[in-house]
Structures are given as C-alpha cells and as structure tokens.
Design a protein around this ligand. Structure first.
Ligand code: NAG
Ligand code: NAG
Ligand code: NAG
Ligand code: NAG
Ligand code: NAG
Ligand code: NAG
Ligand code: NAG
Length: 591
C-alpha cells in the first residue's frame, strides 16, 4: 500500500469494507524537510523548506480523512512537525511535540498517521522544536467540508493561503542562542508574506530590490483568503487596500459574517476572509501586514506588502498604504476580538449546528488561573514561567513515560493559581478530568501580547479585559456565541478566559506561541485520562521512536533515509515557490 514514487502526489485509497474506518479515505504524503537557500529580505540565508518549497506544501484534506505522512528529516538536527489546531482525537501520539513524541533524529524518517476527525477549517503546521519555526518549515492545512454539509456561504471562486510573519535575517540557531543568553533579539528585520519581502511602496524599501508576492485575481469574483500568522513574536495587522475582509472562519469555527477593514492577527492564529474583487481594477492594490503594539520606528522598517493584481489592471498599486488602526492601546484590538462570534446555526464538521453544544449552560469542574511573567533569572539562567514554573522538557516524552508506567518523569501537580514561592524549573503537568469542563484564565503580567495555544482541543473564548481577573469578571463572559478556536491572544496587563470540554483523552501541550517565551519555559501539558480502561485512546503507534529512559527499546533505523534530491528542490527561487504552490505571480524589481 505504500507509495514511494508519489512525491508531490496525493493518492486517495478507499479502504474495502473489511476495515472499521471503511468510509474514510486514506491519503499518503512523502515530505522531505531540508534547508534551502533564499533571500526573502535581500540577504542570502538558510531557510527550512519542505519538498523544496518555502512555505511548505498545503495539506488539503476533507473532514475525517486519514493522513499518512512520511516525514524525512534532512536537517542537521532533530525535528518534529506539529499540526496546529488538528485535534488528533484520542491520539496525542501524533501531535508532534516533545511531550508526546521523541524527535526524529537527523537523517531519519517518521510516519505520522492521524485522522482529521470532526474538523473543518484553516490551520497550519510547523516545526515545534529547536526554534526552527524562525527559519520556516511551516505550511497550510485546509480541511474541507464534507459534501453533505453545506458551507455557510457561497462556494468562493478561489482559495488563497497567506502566511504573514515577522522575519529575522539571523539563523534560527543564532536566534535561539541569543534568546538563551539574554540578548533581546529586538525588532524583526522585516515582515514576510508567503516567504517574500515587501513590494517597494516607498523609496527606502525600493532600494532593497527584492522580489515580492502577487496574488492574481479576476474582477467581480470572490476569493477565500486563509491568513495565518506564522511568525515568532509579532502581532500583525492585516488589510487589503480598498477591499473589505468578510470574516467567515477562525481556526475551525464558522463565525458570524462581518466586514472588517483590517484584522489584528496574533502569533499562531488563523483566519478566513471572503474578499470580493469589487473595485474597478484600474490598478493593483496593496496587501499589508504591519506590526501591532511595536515601536513606530521599527514598524515602519518592517511592513509586509504584497500585491493584489486584477486581470484588467492598468498599472501598479499607488498612494500611501492603507492606514492601520489609529489606537495604539489595546482597546481597539480587544473590541475587535470580542466582535468575533460563533455562527450558532451554521453546520461545520457534523450535521448538527455549531451552536448545539450549549457551553454556557455547563457547570465548570476545574478553574485554573495561569499567570505568565517576563523572563527572569532562575538558578542563574534566563527562564520564563507559568504560575512560577518554568517547564523543563524531560528526555523521555511524558506520553511515553505514562504509557510505560515510568515514574519520576513528571508530576501531576501544576498549580491552579500562582504560588507564593520562588519560581522554579520543573516538569509539572495539569491533571485534567476526563469529560470535565475546565475554565482557564490567562493573566498576562508581561509587557507584550502573548498567544496561548492548546493542542487537542478547540476552546471557547468567553472573555477578555484589561486589569486583573476576579470572580466578578465572570459576569462579563459571553455565554452564548463565544468563538471556538485553539489560539487566543492575551494583551499585556490583561486577561483572557476560555472554557474547554475535556473529552479528548491524551497528553496535550498548552503553550505560549511566541517562540522565545515558549523556548524559555512558558508551556505545560494537560493530561486527560479516562479512568475506565476502554477505547478512549489509541495505543502507541508501532513505529514509535524511543528516547530518554526508553532508548534501549529503539532499533536503529535499518537503512538511513535516501532523500530524493531533484536539483531545484535544494535551491529555492522565489519564482518557483509561488507558481507551484499558490498560483501567485511574482514580479521582480529588475525592470
Ligand atoms: C483541495 O482539494 C479539493 C479536492 O479535494 C479541490 O477541489 C480544491 O481546489 C483544493 N484546494 C486547494 C486550495 O488546493
Ligand atoms: C521510513 O520510510 C520508509 C519508506 O521510505 C517506510 O517504509 C518506513 O516505515 C518509514 N519509517 C517510519 C519509522 O515511519
Ligand atoms: C461586506 O462588504 C461588501 C463590499 O465589499 C458588501 O458587498 C457586503 O454586503 C458586506 N457584507 C456584510 C455582511 O456586511
Ligand atoms: C521600543 O524601543 C525601546 C527603546 O529602543 C525599547 O526599550 C523597547 O523594548 C521597544 N519596545 C518594543 C515593543 O519593541
Ligand atoms: C450563519 O450560517 C448560516 C448557515 O447556516 C448562514 O446562512 C448565515 O448567513 C450565517 N449568518 C451570519 C450572520 O453569518
Ligand atoms: C502500566 O500499568 C497499568 C496498570 O497500572 C497496566 O494496565 C499497563 O499494562 C502498564 N503498561 C505497561 C506498558 O507496562
Ligand atoms: C488526577 O485527577 C484524577 C481525577 O480526574 C484523580 O483521580 C487523581 O487522583 C488525580 N491525580 C493526582 C496525582 O492528583
């Protein structure tokens, strides 16, 4: 059944009726993760690509399909890909984070196998360890509706995936050294859109002479733009000159459809907008991603600009860039976030409407108040903490330790409130109750916006406000149509509250997605175990890699992977990537 010659191809195999998952197709992929050379900001540097593409290929599947993904690690260091927002129901074995998987050693391959069960929407994958996301390695995930469940809008005329991200010309290895050794890594060198630097919208930028991205469209048509902030630190404001963004989806939930002229998209977040090409098209238009809550001087230096090109366009985009929101404080952004609500009547992955799970009527069983602080010295090293604990990844993944009953790897003692004691480095896990209903309040005591992400679940975002959360804050919660998603922002000096139904057994990563904060310890795991021995969880995969205290179980990979290396797959040209992947035309400045 294994397909070895299908690089870039996708094979759909309908299993015969003898198997349990008869109706759900299997799709097979072969991905090689390697370094490529690219110059997104005019400086040649090493980036991480997949099958020669940066950003990587789009994983385009449909609800309930089974994905078999053979990942070959052609980097010079261990690798894990994680599938941001994919819930891996009953199957945290496939989550691709250090608490669930041993990293894939350099030169090895490992085959992920997971079902995109009961999900729809826009997500992305990225490398989860070693600060590699700073060098790329990310790409889009699209989960289409099954035919039997209609979209809550007319089928768009086209589908465009956009990655907006802060970017540094330093390598990910240099950046992670900087982070460890306390050097503030400062403002980004630029903002990329799909791996490209900015269109020359001003004289300073023009001097760079670097390639930029162009999205080609037909007048009068409507396109679905899936926009992901795949950066490492910076909240970005996204907007398209003279065009409305009709918000329709956030990380797997259909929203109330509303027009926005711009949207704040925080690190790790994904949004879908419908954009109608309702302008005359007499010229091109700017697509802009600019830093939010950053110093103005650095944000001017670092604005991402791509081009929306109508087929009947007579000339280049012109005039000033469309304005960012005027307010520099967080109120505008917070109100915008509160305005994003769930469309209760829309069907999503299942035939029953999204609103049939009435989360506001369920009794909360556990409350956690989780406080993050700015980096501080613990035992002489710079660390970040959640509730005073800086997470230390053990050499044996938690999930494997749990399965093999190895004691002493972690403790189920993550505190429900910040403790009045010295911060420490530890491997402390949240003890979740299977089918419990958990309320988590994230209180941000740091000075920058943080994105919190929980693997394995979509949670309801029920409230956010400035100041300190108190019991009285609950009176402000949205108990009816809070949006369900997997990544939420928490503004500095403010709180965000979420509710989550713990029906997915497994060991799940809870983290701050801002990479330096995560790298220095701002993560924890949530253990959800069904006390009754039953089929709540898949068993350990046969191909599991063993490490740490379980290393003796690991057989050497009999044969090191032979990486297919077509010549152009190792050197990436900007032209190659987008034409292959996004059908976006690329213009260079050399005219
Ligand atoms: C995804 O695949 C479906 C077929 O399953 C196809 O109709 C659609 O155009 C593809 N979308 C993208 C963005 O490639
Ligand atoms: C590595 O890839 C080969 C095929 O190239 C496959 O047979 C094998 O199962 C893969 N190894 C793992 C651990 O997934
Ligand atoms: C959104 O804006 C477009 C114009 O760009 C308009 O045609 C449409 O009716 C608006 N939709 C809503 C829900 O406001
Ligand atoms: C803004 O600039 C000041 C001085 O250069 C610096 O201390 C501060 O960290 C910067 N703030 C941000 C959010 O980058
Ligand atoms: C909600 O979804 C329904 C489909 O069930 C759709 O017809 C309707 O337009 C959506 N409402 C809003 C306000 O987005
Ligand atoms: C771990 O312990 C449980 C009972 O505590 C037992 O059912 C299970 O088989 C053990 N697992 C392994 C891999 O030894
Ligand atoms: C974890 O929670 C379960 C209930 O969900 C409880 O039975 C168990 O004792 C707890 N474990 C620890 C170590 O607190």
């Amino acid at each position: 059944m294994w397909c070895t010659s299908c690089l870039f191809q996708l094979v759909v195999v309908f299993l015969s009726a003898t198997c349990c998952l008869a109706a759900d197709p299997y799709v097979f992929f072969d991905w090689t993760v390697s370094y490529l050379t690219a110059s997104p900001l005019g400086t040649r540097q090493q980036v991480i690509g997949i099958n020669g593409l940066f950003p990587g290929p789009i994983l385009n599947v449909t609800t309930n399909w089974n994905v078999v993904m053979n990942v070959k690690n052609d980097l010079d260091e261990p690798l894990l890909l994680t599938w941001n927002g994919i819930q891996h129901r009953k199957n945290s074995w496939q989550d691709g984070v250090l608490g669930t998987n041993c990293p894939i050693p350099s030169g090895w391959n490992w085959t992920y196998e997971f079902q995109v069960k009961d999900q729809i929407g826009s997500f992305f994958y990225f490398p989860s360890t070693n600060f590699q996301r700073a060098a790329g390695g990310y790409g889009g995930i699209i989960i289409n509706n099954r035919d039997i469940i209609p979209l809550p809008f007319a089928l768009p005329d086209g589908d465009v995936t956009l990655f907006i991200s802060d970017w540094f010309t330093k390598s990910h290895k240099k950046l992670r050294k900087d982070v460890e050794s306390k050097i503030d890594f400062g403002a980004p060198d630029g903002i990329l859109i799909n791996g490209f630097g900015p269109f020359p919208y001003s004289r300073e930028v023009a001097s760079n002479g670097i390639p930029y991205g162009t999205i080609s469209v037909e007048p009068g048509r409507t396109y679905r733009f899936r926009v992901h902030n795949s950066g490492i630190a910076t909240s970005l404001n996204f907007r398209i000159q003279n065009h409305n963004l009709l918000l329709v989806e956030t990380e797997g939930s259909y929203t109330i459809q509303q027009n926005y002229t711009n949207m704040d998209i925080h690190v790790g977040q994904s949004f879908s907008f419908l954009v109608t090409m309702d302008q005359s098209g007499s010229n091109d238009y700017y697509i802009v991603a600019s830093p939010r809550f950053a110093n103005s001087s650095s944000s001017v230096k670092a604005t991402g600009v791509a081009i929306l090109h109508y087929s009947n366009s007579q000339g280049p985009a012109s005039g000033p860039l469309p304005d960012p929101p005027v307010e520099l404080d967080t109120y505008f952004s917070m109100n915008q976030a509160r305005s994003i609500r769930l469309n209760l009547s829309a069907g999503a992955a299942r035939p029953n409407p999204q609103g049939s799970f009435k989360y506001g009527q369920i009794t909360v069983t556990d409350v956690y108040v989780i406080v993050n602080r700015s980096p501080e010295l613990i035992d002489g090293r710079l660390r970040t903490t959640l509730n005073g604990i800086s997470y230390l990844p053990p050499s044996t993944p938690l999930k494997l330790a749990q399965h093999y009953n190895i004691s002493g790897v972690y403790k189920l003692d993550f505190p429900k409130r910040p403790m009045n004691r010295h911060p420490k480095v530890d491997t402390s896990v949240i003890n979740g109750t299977f089918k419990g209903f958990m309320e988590i309040i994230f209180q941000n005591s740091d000075t920058t916006v943080k994105s919190y992400h929980l693997d394995g679940y979509a949670f309801f975002v029920v409230g956010m406000d400035v100041g300190l959360w108190t019991e009285n804050s609950r009176s402000t919660y949205n108990k009816g149509d809070g949006v369900a998603r997997s990544t939420t922002q928490v503004f500095p000096g403010a709180w965000t509250a979420i509710l989550v139904y713990l029906d997915n057994a497994g060991m799940w990563n809870l983290r701050i997605d801002n990479l330096a904060s995560w790298y220095l310890g701002q993560e924890a795991y949530l253990s959800v175990v069904n006390p009754d021995i039953d089929i709540s969880e898949n068993s350990i995969p046969e191909n599991a890699i063993y490490c740490g205290r379980l290393s003796p179980l690991q057989k050497d990979q009999a044969q090191r992977v032979k990486f297919s290396s077509s010549p152009q797959s190792m050197i990436v040209t900007s032209r190659g990537i987008l034409v292959a992947l996004f059908a976006i035309l690329v213009s260079s400045l050399a005219r």
